[in-house]
Design a protein around this ligand. Sequence first.
Ligand SMILES: Nc1ncnc2c1ncn2[C@@H]1O[C@H](COP(=O)(O)OP(=O)(O)OP(=O)(O)O)[C@@H](O)[C@H]1O
Ligand SMILES: [Mg+2]
Length: 222
Amino acid sequence: MGLPVLSVENVTKTWGSGAEAHTVLRGVDLSLKAGASLALTGESGSGKSTLLHLIAGLDHADGGQITIDGQRMTALDDAGRAALRRSTVGVVFQQFNLIPSLNVFDNIAFQARLAGRADAPWAASLARRLGLEDHLRKFPEQLSGGQQQRVAIARTLAARPRLVLADEPTGNLDEDTGERVLDLMLGLVGETGTALLMVTHSPRLAARLDARAHLERGRITG
Ligand SMILES: Nc1ncnc2c1ncn2[C@@H]1O[C@H](COP(=O)(O)OP(=O)(O)OP(=O)(O)O)[C@@H](O)[C@H]1O
Ligand SMILES: [Mg+2]
């Protein structure tokens, strides 16, 4: 129980090489316990999405260690990282990444099925709580940006991940809807013991999470 769900130790990442090399992360440390939430802030280009992608195992870290639920993401090959991500991590991407050929309900249910945790009533309840119940048979291209964002959130939570990584999950929502969606996410974190790492540009939203980390010049400054 006392072990963190997420532990990031001295993680480094440089994009490109030679004259093109651009070091984004210079030794990042983070830790997150079950049921806890952490807001990650930092200016545009500071490396927030890069860090989320490394934690999700979508890219290689150059150095350091990332451990999720006791498993070392940074020691796994591509297939191992994909398996750990499927079973344990949920990602709400900045660009949503919905599957265009699936309707809203199937988008929501899909990842839970991949994780071996298909649960249609739970998926339907999330859709209802996110105000999507009238859109279940539509396809992503028929939705507004804010509706797509809520589908991306429902899809992630539907799989009941131990760790949720959310990249500005309320960035396309008006203030009231953003507050409601954050309420729901924080409520579910409390209910299910999920850990939440959320990127946000909003100091007001960041203040509602348990802790804050600011990324600046490749390091966490507080
Ligand atoms: N796949 C990639 N290949 C090369 N460079 C990349 C790649 N992904 C990100 N970068 C670079 O790394 C830096 C950090 O980008 P990143 O997307 O992590 O920033 P961010 O903090 O998420 O910004 P924003 O708030 O605008 O979303 C940028 O300079 C970007 O150009
Ligand atoms: Mg980003």
